[in-house]
Design a binder for this molecule. Structure first.
Ligand code: TPP
Ligand code: MG
Length: 554
């Protein structure tokens, strides 16, 4: 049993303290695969209240931890030295790029073992090679090489993960796990506060600019989600009556049914009416916005800084100047407290009419088109669905899905590493068991990490996995085609037989799609996989726009 910090009589061990702090931050699951350098810590984990989730591959664990962090606020992946650690380099890079607070815990050779620099298994070049790699991929990293400083180091890096919503790296040499740390250590709760004068001045200037504007607009993006500020954005929109758009990465930060919601803004790649509205605005209030190329429609966005207020966890700028020491959350709270002038409800662009929810019988032997597939998936969504889109047309098509009030949307929409979605469904459902994941994944992306369905089966999860099977790397075919875009055709719907779990559906026609979706809705005892056959060159309207823009750049 772990004692709570205030009751500590004697000191906890380094491993016990790490577990205790993770638990205190709301973590309940740890994803990973053991190895000899981390076995001692795994033993401690298995005796604690944290549940170990064993994936098939470390990359699966990394993506699962990332999704867990996006849904729950902090995720953990725990692996062995280098052979495991370097496999989560890519998933950690994704978490860094897309601001997801994942704690990477890696076992490592003991400090004693490192003396005289022997060639121990899994070592690449030096003992700190893996640490150096992770220095580039995280906001803070540490090697817990000394029990005297270990607790402070754990406090420091966990604080950084939560402060910046980005990954951190903790290396745990195996001979340090059971060593006692400093007795009576109290976890440092670090509260950073805004500079009150700076905050006041920023709010006053922002208020004047917003109230003086004829056509202001709010653009809500990814950090609103990461900092859990969705309700505040909603309050701001309702109080100010200013219309709001989201981005692909921030999709679903605001319920898309809201009457002041206009749609996704993504430069020329998105809907034209939304683009025109935003770009002709005289005051764009960017909240938690991340100026990535995909978010901004491959740099086709025209957002003039002279007409913008931009607040993130890292920077607050109004027009061409910045305010120091203003925290994003404080600024948000301050904005809600402003007095807004009343605004008449003008005409604003609206997302396309909501397709009827629920499924309807159909008797069509027509092959399924991408457009039809997304239309029907729209009808499948409910308030407990978390939509998880992988890279490819799964992601582009999903931008046109109509996410209802509380539906979550997760996608690697900036870093765009294929293979995120199936493992992410494990993390998302573990993070919130009330959610049923709806995974949208291309056949190519599925072949990378789809074997994590075995993990899904093992832990009795029940995502609905829709494989967009267009016989290859469809997205790339449109830019430049060749045999390198072909794939070996898998019978995806037969995976349940291999795994002895789940339900598989082969979908070639519209009526097969209807019955598969209807069955999937009711078969909640296990996962469902729909192998949806699509024509290789069929594509969503969003991919149409993107592909033609990118082709010009190659
Ligand atoms: C890990 C990784 N490798 C390669 C790429 C480059 N890439 C982007 S889209 C794509 C094809 C995706 O194929 P699929 O999953 O079948 O989806 P589709 O484009 O056919 O809808 C590739 C290879 C990538 N984004 N991530
Ligand atoms: Mg494909």
């Amino acid at each position: 049993m772990l004692a709570c910090a205030s009751q500590m009589k004697t000191s906890l061990s380094v491993g016990e303290y790490l577990i205790q702090r993770l638990q205190a931050y709301g973590v309940r699951h740890v994803f990973g695969i053991p190895g000899d350098y981390v076995l001692g810590f795994y033993d401690l984990l298995s005796k604690s209240k944290l549940r170990i989730i064993n994936t098939c591959d470390e990359q699966g664990a990394g993506f699962a931890a990332d999704a867990y962090a996006r849904v729950r606020g902090l995720g953990v992946v725990c692996i062995t030295y280098c052979v495991g650690g370097l496999k989560v380099a890519n998933t950690t890079a994704e978490a860094f790029a897309e601001k997801s607070p994942v704690v990477v815990i890696s076992g490592a050779p003991g400090m004693k073992e490192r003396e005289k620099n022997p060639l121990l298994h899994h070592k690449v070049r030096e003992f700190d090679t893996q640490k150096k790699v992770f220095d580039q991929l995280t906001v803070a990293s540490t090697v817990l090489s000394d029990p005297q400083s270990a607790f402070q180091e754990i406090d420091r890096v966990l604080h950084m993960a939560l402060r910046y919503k980005r990954p951190v790296y903790i290396e745990l040499p195996r001979d340090q796990v059971f060593l006692p740390g400093v007795p009576h250590h109290k976890a440092a709760e670090i509260h950073e506060r805004s500079n009150p004068s700076s905050l006041r001045a920023a709010l006053s200037e922002a208020g004047e600019m917003i109230n003086g504007a004829r056509k202001p607009v709010i653009l809500a993006d990814v950090e609103v989600h990461r900092f859990g500020l969705q309700d505040q954005v909603l309050e701001l929109v309702e109080k100010s009556r200013i219309p709001v758009v989201a981005t692909v990465l921030g999709k679903s930060v605001i319920g898309e049914q809201h009457p002041l919601y206009m749609g996704i803004y993504e430069g020329a790649m998105g809907r034209d009416d939304v683009r025109q509205y935003v770009e002709s605005s005289d005051c764009v209030l960017l909240l938690g916005a991340f100026m990535t190329d995909i978010n901004l429609g491959i740099y086709t966005a025209r957002l003039d800084p002279a007409r913008s207020i931009s607040a993130t966890s890292e920077k607050l700028s109004i027009r061409y100047h910045t305010y120091e020491d203003v925290r994003f959350k404080d600024f948000m709270r301050g904005l809600i407290g402003l007095r807004f002038r009343s605004r008449a409800a003008g005409k604003i662009p609206r997302p396309s009419p909501v397709p009827s929810s629920g499924l309807r019988p159909a008797h069509s032997s027509k092959p399924v088109s991408v457009k039809h597939l997304f239309k029907r998936i729209n009808g499948f969504l409910s308030s407990n669905t978390v939509v998880i889109a992988d890279v490819g047309d799964a992601l582009f098509g999903a931008t046109d899905l109509f996410i209802r009030e509380r539906t979550e949307f997760l996608a690697p929409a900036y870093y765009t590493s294929m293979g995120f979605s199936v493992p992410a469904s494990i993390g998302a459902q573990m993070a919130n068991p009330k959610l049923r994941p709806l995974v949208l994944v291309g056949d190519g992306a599925f072949q990378m990490t789809g074997m994590e369905l075995a993990t899904v089966a093992r832990y009795k999860l029940n995502p609905v996995v829709v494989v967009l099977n267009n016989s290859g790397y469809g997205t790339e075919r449109h830019m430049q085609d060749g045999p390198y875009n072909d794939l070996w055709p898998w019978h995806f719907h037969r995976l349940p037989a291999l795994l002895d779990a789940g339900h598989g559906f082969l979908v070639r026609t519209e009526s097969e799609l209807e019955s598969a979706l209807a069955e999937a809705q009711h078969r909640t005892d296990s996962f469902c996989i729909l192998d949806v056959h699509l024509a290789p060159l069929d594509r969503s309207p969003a991919l149409d726009r993107l592909a033609s823009r990118m082709a010009k750049r190659i």
